[in-house]
Design a protein around this ligand. Structure first.
Ligand SMILES: NC(=O)C1=CN([C@@H]2O[C@H](COP(=O)(O)OP(=O)(O)OC[C@H]3O[C@@H](n4cnc5c(N)ncnc54)[C@H](O)[C@@H]3O)[C@@H](O)[C@H]2O)C=CC1
Ligand SMILES: O=C1[C@@H](O)[C@H](O)[C@@H](O)[C@H](O)[C@H]1O
Length: 340
């Protein structure tokens, strides 16, 4: 089937959906956009129009379309569950933007549906796993080159938040990425989460406690601290320093060109995660399409189990945020189907 193009149905034609449509069309090979669904039909038509794809307001029409081989879900997390369940029932491969679903109960229903189907069909769009620097950090840790991991120090900074962004979203929309990368880098589950906050930045919108410091305890005994600062003002920045028994490694340390000109020196920083992680998204999509051609998911990608585990950690994170105490992560037993 490799010689034929994978016919992709896109669900959700907003900021990420439009970017992924372009990616499928221009930046990866072996796939093309076949259909686009968005309840905002104008938006669906706008995205589909440029690529010769058909547009509809009904996502289930795309899921049921026999002229669609694979799906990209880029609608808000709150609507992912029914879409995923329908896609699993049809047996079609899916790349679902994070989060798998917004809460662990619904994520577990997706895990159970996929396990019952007996095929790995869904991968979750935790794109950092495909970033070159994160991949090198993972290699160093897996090869034992830093010794046994003890701590991760992470910083996740956004320039500014869109209207309506809440403190809870700092956990389940933003820190969800660190929950996934910590589990992936350390090959360990998250056991407990606590959240503290310094005084609120004067740049934070009313009602938003920004920044916050989230601490994760893992089942392997490592500690992970995450500074989440979503109105830092200066740009988009994601850093991670791993501390092992025999060494440390830092990624996200602005290794780009150092420019000297007209009385100044320094680099530049974008405020858009699509710049920082553009190459990672491209790699994620190429590997997903290649795997889908072969009727499987990409082994580097986050599985539905990983999506569920991240949702469980988010639930503990929001609880810790609300109560001011450490919250344990309530995780179901992992089915053998998801043994890495
Ligand atoms: N991996 C990453 O770094 C990022 C991932 N995301 C994720 O991508 C997803 C989409 O986010 P954005 O594009 O920023 O949101 P957005 O609000 O720009 O776009 C969402 C689109 O989905 C449509 N939609 C709503 N319900 C739908 C349904 N039932 N069926 C089909 N379409 C529906 C909306 O009309 C809208 O056009 C979310 O899950 C979000 O968490 C967002 C930003 C970055
Ligand atoms: O997923 C993302 C956004 O939804 C989220 O709001 C940002 O904080 C993250 O940095 C970005 O990667």
């Amino acid at each position: 089937m490799q010689e034929q193009q994978l016919r992709v149905g896109l669900i959700g034609a907003g900021r990420m959906g439009a970017d992924h449509a372009l990616r499928i069309h221009e930046r990866i090979s072996g796939a093309r956009l076949a259909a686009v669904a968005d309840p905002d039909l104008d938006r669906a038509q706008q995205v589909a129009g440029g690529f010769g794809a058909r547009a509809t307001a009904d996502a289930f029409e795309v899921i049921d379309d026999s002229a669609v081989d694979a799906l990209v879900i880029a609608s808000p997390g709150s609507v992912h569950e029914p879409l995923l369940l329908a896609a699993i029932e049809r047996g079609v491969p899916v790349l679902c933007e994070k989060p798998l679903t917004p809460d662990p109960k619904s994520s577990l229903r997706v895990v159970e549906a996929e396990e019952a189907r007996g095929e790995h069909l869904v991968q979750v769009g935790f794109m950092r796993r495909f970033d070159a620097e994160y991949a090198e950090l993972k290699r160093l840790l897996d090869a034992g080159e830093l010794g046994a991991p003890l701590m991760l120090h992470c910083a996740h900074r956004n320039a500014a938040t869109p209207p309506g962004f809440t403190s809870e979203m700092m956990i389940y929309d933003s820190v969800v990425h660190e929950f996934d990368t910590a589990r992936w880098l350390l090959c360990s589950e998250i056991a407990a989460v606590s959240v503290r906050a310094p005084r609120t930045s004067s740049a934070a919108p009313d009602g938003l406690r920004d920044p916050q410091l989230v601490t994760l305890e893992t089942t392997c005994g490592a500690l992970v601290d995450v500074e989440i600062f979503v109105n830092c003002g200066f740009g988009y920045q994601v850093r991670c320093e791993a501390v092992g028994e025999r060494g440390t490694a830092l990624i996200g340390a602005d290794g780009g060109p150092l420019v000297h000109r007209s009385g100044s020196w320094g680099g530049t920083i974008s405020d858009d995660f699509r710049d920082r992680f553009g190459a990672a998204f491209d790699r994620e999509f190429q590997r997903w399409a290649d795997a889908a051609h072969q009727g499987r998911t990409d082994p580097t990608a986050a599985t539905t189990w990983d999506g569920y585990a991240a949702a469980a950690a988010c639930e503990a994170g929001v609880q810790a945020q609300t109560t001011g105490t450490t919250a344990e992560v309530d995780l179901a037993e992992r089915p053998d189907f998801y043994t890495p």
